[in-house]
Design a protein around this ligand. Structure first.
Ligand code: GLC
Length: 534
């Protein structure tokens, strides 16, 4: 996990664990997970075999959007702990060979941030230009047709006589990246955390930041792909602006000035490999950008195989892809892709663990945790609470089920967790930990195999065949064969000696046959063990 002159970086081949801090482990029995809770359970992550954790927002916030409305970029939210706790977490993780990424929100702040409080104090205020203010149209209407992510107008009238822009909630005013001082502020924020040993950032709304200087109307949407636009409008002028790339070229220089190099992992909400690759620049912008077309695809081998191939072809040389199936917005892949079917969950974990580049697991993926149906009265996501048929994001943010005790090992007995646990309780970490046939044990074996066999492979991948629902690919020295159907299938000719199967019986039903929804990792004939290829 060190820097190499040959261009390898610590995140190449790594597994990053996205940890929703409020829901992982509550150390002080207030119903919210916290940083000390993570410190208590670091040995679990190290046992599982992850290389880094990405913590969901940890900075002070009024929590209109659970931390994605930041009121202080260099602090720690008091519900979650202190700066000293975060320092200790970084240190303790480091002792176990793991790194810590934070979530950075540069597209907008909270309206409670002192910059905005000042900006709102008058049109001549020092920080006025930090935000996007616009006069009404001559007819008194809003400056343009932009809508926020709830489908309501993205302009909030303010009694200083102008509208301000919020692509998310009114409590999340958009920053004005045309203002040089905003660049300086964020360069300082990056340095503040990098100096403390933070290994990098997941960058929220990474394709946002700059907005069209003329604030032109968005054109109508002619697609049902949510990555192209929503509510009948294409994302053209309120995001994906060309100027944003300059920000990442600047930040990349900052990231590269540290040793080990710090990681910029963008939430790149774009519909195809070309537009994703644009955020990598000439390998001089973000080092990683999330692949939403992959995560939002059906569990269909032809589609997934095509996306993997297109992504690898589009990325600049020396850059790696990143794969995930779940997150705190999209929901959990064990539900979305797999409908709770354990065979499918195990197969999807195999794919995630054997693709080249970087894999991000969401907390609970490793035990096959499914979405939890949170009754409306207990929902906490203000952003989507009153949306008719809107995305219910709480379903994928419920507490980690550690064990069968009162409080499920998440919190103390008798404490009401901030979001409910599954009812009836699903499977827990304790149920699975010592069972070789469990999903958790499979996940751990997959991560161990990945580490020894795939090393830091970036693009050493080749689709061998997708036939009648069986996807066969070569990844480093391995050949993976995955049966995405309810029927047994012939083992593909390219498969070699079976090193691992997703079957809970831990052996293929009969030689030369893949069971329904079974995947195997095999050694490619003639390849040596422990091969580490870029
Ligand atoms: C990102 C976050 C999401 C948040 C939004 C606004 O999409 O993942 O949870 O609501 O940005 O910050």
């Amino acid at each position: 996990m060190t820097e190499n002159a040959d261009g390898r970086r610590w995140w190449h081949g790594a597994v990053i664990y996205q940890l929703y801090v409020r829901s992982w482990r509550d150390s002080n029995d207030d119903g919210y997970g916290d940083l000390r809770g993570i410190i208590e359970r670091l040995d679990y992550l190290s046992w599982l075999g992850v290389d880094a954790v990405w913590l969901s927002p940890t900075m002070p916030s009024p929590d209109d959007d659970w931390g994605y409305d930041v009121s202080d970029y260099t602090g720690v939210h008091p519900d979650l702990g202190t700066l000293a706790d975060l320092d200790e977490l970084i240190d303790q993780a480091d002792q176990r060979g793991m790194r810590v990424l934070l979530d950075l929100v540069p597209n907008h702040t909270s309206s409670a941030h002192p910059w905005f409080t000042d900006a709102a104090s008058g049109r001549e205020a020092e920080h006025r230009r930090y935000y996007v203010w616009a006069d009404p149209r001559p007819d008194g209407g809003r400056p343009n047709n932009w809508l926020d992510f709830t489908g309501r107008p993205a302009w909030q009238w303010h009694d200083s006589g102008q509208y301000y822009l919020h692509n998310f909630l009114p409590g999340q005013p958009d920053l004005n990246w045309w203002e040089p001082a905003v660049h300086q502020e964020f360069a300082r924020i990056l340095e503040f955390w990098f100096e403390r040993g933070v290994a990098g950032f997941r960058i929220d709304v990474a394709n946002g930041l700059y907005k069209d200087a003329e604030l032109r109307d968005n054109p109508p949407l002619d697609s049902d792909n949510p990555l192209e636009g929503v509510f009948g409008m294409r994302f053209v002028y309120n995001s994906n602006r060309p100027e944003t790339h300059g920000v990442y070229r600047d930040w990349r220089k900052i990231a590269e000035s540290y040793s080990p190099e710090r990681l910029l992992l963008g939430e790149t909400w774009v519909p195809d490999a070309q537009r994703l690759a644009a955020y990598y620049g000439d390998n001089d912008e973000l080092q990683l950008g999330f692949n939403f077309p992959f995560a939002l695809a059906d569990l269909d081998p032809a589609r997934l195989a095509a996306i993997v191939e297109q992504t690898l072809a589009a990325l600049p040389s020396g850059a790696g892809p990143v794969w995930m199936g779940s997150n705190h917005d999209l929901g959990r892949f064990p539900s979305r892709w797999c409908g709770g079917d354990e065979r499918k969950i195990r197969l999807a974990l195999l794919v995630l663990a054997t693709l080249p580049g970087t894999t991000v697991l969401y907390y609970g993926d490793e035990i096959g945790m499914t979405d939890v149906d949170v009754p409306p009265a207990l929902r906490r996501d203000h952003a989507t609470l009153d949306l008719e048929g809107g995305a219910d994001r709480d379903r994928a943010r419920t507490p980690m089920p550690w064990d069968g005790s009162a409080g499920s090992g998440f919190t103390g007995p008798g404490v009401t967790p901030w979001l409910p646990m599954a009812d009836p309780p699903g499977t827990t970490v304790a149920d699975q930990r010592d069972k070789p046939e469990s999903t958790l044990s499979l996940c751990r074996r997959l991560l161990a195999l990945r580490r020894t066999e795939l090393g830091r492979g970036l693009a050493d991948f080749e689709n061998l065949a997708v036939t009648e629902g069986v996807w066969t690919y070569r990844t480093g020295p391995l050949v993976v064969a995955a049966n995405f159907t309810d029927r047994p299938a012939d083992m593909p000719a390219e498969a070699g000696e079976v090193l691992l199967t997703t079957s809970a019986e831990q052996a293929p039903p009969s030689p030369g046959v893949l069971g329904p929804w079974e995947g195997v990792v095999t050694r490619r004939s003639g390849s040596a063990a422990g091969h580490d290829q870029l």
